[in-house]
Design a binder for this molecule. Structure first.
Ligand code: ADP
Ligand code: ADP
Length: 226
């Protein structure tokens, strides 16, 4: 595990749009921070910079003590969960989970151990031989989370992971993520526009507006109105 530190992080897109205008934030070791704010406020850009999927225009990004501004996504020791599952349709669930580890050169035994452990935790053991198209939406989202879990990363990034699910499943998965968080206590940065998700999951919420931090606090501090 490790902290995530953003020091005056900025993003200007080609064409001049300033999506992120100087963010200072530390997600502490083991802390779960939720980024909220209106559409277009820069949540996704910020998360993608941390993931290494978007270049950083200015500022410093550290995972643990290491400056990672110029590292490839795979070298950052973080794993990201997307809303659109991003599963390989032609591979079994097992191989979807194993793929990233194989690419990183992990040994067979270690891959087997990690895949089985993640599958058990997410209760998808029975689906390991199946293809994604044979799974329900909720099961696919669990596999997508499994792909992040098997990496055993220093931190998780979540990009609106539940926004494609129906309302009932969203509630269920929210509870499951909360339970996982309690067990694993992995440093997490989670983007959502869903207030209930933010309140349930966040140790701390960060409210963005027009590329800047507007408010930081516990769910109670942010949402409790007299
Ligand atoms: P959010 O995730 O909060 O909806 P985004 O980070 O997607 O916000 O977008 C922040 C701002 O950056 C918006 O004005 C958006 O139009 C702009 N933007 C996002 N991605 C790009 C891009 N690839 N090129 C240019 N502008 C972008
Ligand atoms: P190959 O690429 O050699 O055909 P696979 O990629 O299918 O092999 O599998 C690699 C490893 O994962 C093997 O050790 C295999 O036994 C194991 N494996 C594949 N599918 C499953 C599964 N559904 N449950 C448990 N282990 C599996």
């Amino acid at each position: 595990m490790a902290s995530i530190k953003l020091d005056d992080l900025k993003k200007t897109y080609p064409g001049g749009i300033q999506a992120v205008k100087g963010i200072d934030l530390e997600v502490a070791d083991g802390e779960f921070v939720v980024l909220v704010g209106p559409s277009g406020c820069g949540k996704s850009t910020l998360l993608r910079m941390v993931a290494g999927l978007e270049t950083i225009s200015e500022g410093k990004l550290c995972i643990g003590e290491r400056r990672v501004n110029d590292l490839e996504p795979a070298q950052r020791d973080i794993a990201m969960v997307f809303q659109n599952y991003a599963l390989y349709p032609h591979m079994t669930v097992f191989n979807n989970l194993a793929y990233g580890l194989k690419n990183r050169g992990f040994k067979r035994d270690e891959i087997q151990r990690r895949v089985e452990e993640a599958a058990k935790m997410l209760e998808i053991e029975a689906f390991l031989p199946r293809k994604p198209r044979q799974l329900s939406g909720g099961q696919r989202q669990r596999v997508a989370m499994g792909r992040a879990l098997v990496r055993e990363p220093a931190a998780f990034l979540f990009d609106e992971p539940l926004s494609n699910l129906d309302a009932k499943l969203r509630v269920q998965m929210r509870v499951e993520i909360k339970q996982l968080q309690r067990r694993l206590k992995t440093t997490s940065l989670y983007v959502t526009h869903d207030q209930l998700e933010a309140m349930t999951l966040g140790d701390r919420l960060v409210v963005l507006n027009e590329g800047r931090i507007e408010q930081v606090g516990t769910p109670m501090e942010i949402y409790a109105r007299p």
